[in-house]
Design a protein around this ligand. Structure first.
Ligand SMILES: Nc1ncnc2c1ncn2[C@@H]1O[C@H](COP(=O)(O)OP(=O)(O)OP(=O)(O)O)[C@@H](O)[C@H]1O
Ligand SMILES: [Mg+2]
Length: 317
């Protein structure tokens, strides 16, 4: 579905808040039409700031953003009308009903009324029964669903979801994933932030990692997992060892678990993984195995590693 056509172009984007805090440092990012891009980063990394600038809620201090060719400052209304935003914080008027909330939002973007569309939207989000309730009479998860309905009320081409599944139950999370996929299949470009890495792993075509206002990388999920993923061979021994056998000295092998497990870390991309050599060398020394397993690092481990390395580089600089 995704093509390489850029729909949002962010260049040299910086943000210094009035407090003097620099939340973004010259971010460059091209978002492709029709993709699902997941932005990952620790609390305070700058994810919401980046999204808020693209959506015209926060002013940039430097740099430029275009949405489908429209400059977010010069052509604010055109750019904004292409975007739906599900904000991280609840911002609805609690005295409005669900129905009023979505119809108002559609009207704000100058779209003609479309009862049938809004009805199907509310039905998809299991909110139809609640359409005449005031917002304050809804549960937290329901309020979050209304935010989604509100963001989609004007049929945007691009949807930003800022931590859409924080605090929602498992069922709603699954429903939301399904909804996001349906939207993507209709050609909507989706940018989401999440602290649930399995969500990014499950949903995203590409992953961006932000730390302390810097975009550390943006990469296809599959490439990222192949390039940065490490594989490990975990060998449980019949008899614990007190030291590494001489035959494996110099290899990336560690003795753990009080000497009862050998862990060999290798690059899964390499033609020669060295697994065969290692096992033969151990057998020659008479080391016997109880069990052999292999594991592949998860996106979570890759992410934690990236953020950790970038923090270390900063503290050294
Ligand atoms: N209005 C503001 N004034 C001053 N500083 C701000 C403002 N909004 C955000 N910041 C600071 O900018 C940094 C980035 O905040 P931001 O909300 O973009 O982070 P985030 O990546 O979305 O974090 P989280 O995962 O917690 O949502 C933080 O250090 C935050 O304190
Ligand atoms: Mg945020």
């Amino acid at each position: 579905m995704s093509t390489s056509e850029t729909v949002i172009a962010v260049s040299g984007l910086g943000k210094v808040y009035q407090s003097g805090f620099q939340a973004l440092k010259s971010v460059d990012l091209q978002i492709r039409r029709g993709e699902i891009l997941a932005l990952l980063g620790p609390n305070g990394a700058g994810k919401t700031t980046l999204i808020s600038i693209i959506c015209g809620i926060v002013n940039p201090s430097s740099g430029k953003v275009t949405v489908d060719g429209y400059d977010i400052t010069r052509d604010y209304r055109r750019a904004r009308s292409l975007i739906g935003l599900v904000p991280q914080e609840l911002t609805n008027n609690l005295f409005d009903t669900v129905w009023a909330t979505v119809t108002l939002s559609r009207g704000l973007f100058g779209k003609p009324p479309n009862r049938a569309y809004l009805e199907s939207l509310l039905r998809d989000l299991s909110l139809w029964d609640k359409r005449n309730e005031k917002m304050m009479a809804l549960s937290g998860g329901m309020k979050r669903r209304v935010l989604i309905a509100k963001a989609l009320a004007h049929e945007p081409q691009i949807l930003f979801l800022d931590e859409p599944t924080a605090g929602v139950d498992v069922e709603l999370r699954r429903d939301m994933w399904a909804m996001v996929r349906t939207l993507r299949d209709k050609g909507v470009t989706i940018i989401l932030t999440t602290h649930y890495i399995e969500e990014a792993e499950e949903m995203a075509d590409r992953i961006g990692v932000i730390n302390r206002g810097e975009l550390l990388l943006v990469e296809d999920k599959a490439v990222l997992m192949r390039q940065l993923g490490k594989r490990q061979l975990i060998i449980q021994l019949q008899q614990p060892l007190t030291a590494l056998p001489a035959a494996v000295a110099g290899k990336t092998v560690e003795l753990t678990d009080n000497g009862s497990t050998l862990v060999y870390t290798f690059d899964a991309q390499c033609e020669q993984t060295g697994v065969g050599d290692l096992l033969r060398a151990l057998a020659r020394e008479g080391v016997e195995f109880k069990d052999v397993n292999s594991s592949q690092s998860s996106l979570e481990e890759i992410f934690v590693g990236l953020v950790h390395d970038s923090n270390q580089q900063r503290s050294r600089a």
